[in-house]
Design a protein around this ligand. Sequence first.
Ligand code: MRU
Length: 347
Amino acid sequence: MRAVFWDYEKNETKMIDQRLLPESFEIVSFQHYADVGKAITDMVIRGAPAIGGAAGFGMALAAMESDARDLASLRTYIQLASDKLRVARPTAVNLAWALDRMLAVADTVEGSADDLREAMLKEAQAIADEDVEINKRMAEYGAALIEDGDTIIHHCNTGSLATVDWGTALGVIHTAHEQGKNIHVLVDETRPRLQGSRLTAWELEQYGIPYDIISDNMAGHFLHTGQVQRVVFGSDRTAANGDVVNKIGTYMLALAAKDNDIPAYAVVPTSTVDLSLAYGGLIPIEERGQEEVLSLELLGRKASPENATARNIAFDVTPHRLVTAIVTENGVVYPPFTENLKKVVGL
Ligand code: MRU
């Protein structure tokens, strides 16, 4: 099941509502691009490549929603839609990457407005299909780094839900499992939105991969006591020098991995690499509402005082010196990243 897809009978975009998992599995439908933008902001859909896939279908919806009869007016509408979708979330570069791909089609297609509408849907579908193919290719490269018997710490959710299908870091774990490798996953619960315990654990159950959920602050202990052989995570944007921006907590995890000589692999499709930014500090980091931190309850009781305030930083920068290798769909990239990353992007 894809996290986001086009319903060709109803001509609408559909997504798994990830806010409801694991309690309930529901598919939601979208007829308007603005609602797709809101779904990205509200995290109905999340994960960098899934956001890119949703943005592509959102642009196809925009083209269909517009009643423009000529190419020029339709292009104007499409441009407006892309401006609005672009600000749905700031960190994952796949959003801008997919919108730019869709705009390039809007700029080049000749013929009628309906020809352009058709071309927009075709491109959105291509983005989605390519994502699955890319993830599977990347997973093969990544799985070669996993050994039979490994215990692996995984951060956030990077699986089928975070992509169009299959996944980045979790895709590597899934492929290693399918290859018959006996692996165990320690699932960082990933405060505050719990993408690990809600989504990754749910996915691992579907695949029959053994796991234990750990609170994020337990990772150091497991690494320090020799109970972990690999650390894997994805990325929302990776800078030209290999600095990896990913879900908050990745930095501390990578630091603890480095201190204990455990390899830490970032699994990153080239659509997530932003060569225009020299280092991670230039990547915009999202800060979300404090209610996501403060709404926590422990055994049915509030976990903070009535008037508590909180900060909710959604991503952090893991400096490239803490990253053992970056796994892409075009091969595994080792340091020096500034030199080697650009060799695999745009192939
Ligand atoms: O805030 P989210 O849930 O969208 O963050 C997702 C992540 O940080 C993932 O690790 C990332 O997108 C890379 S893997 C698809």
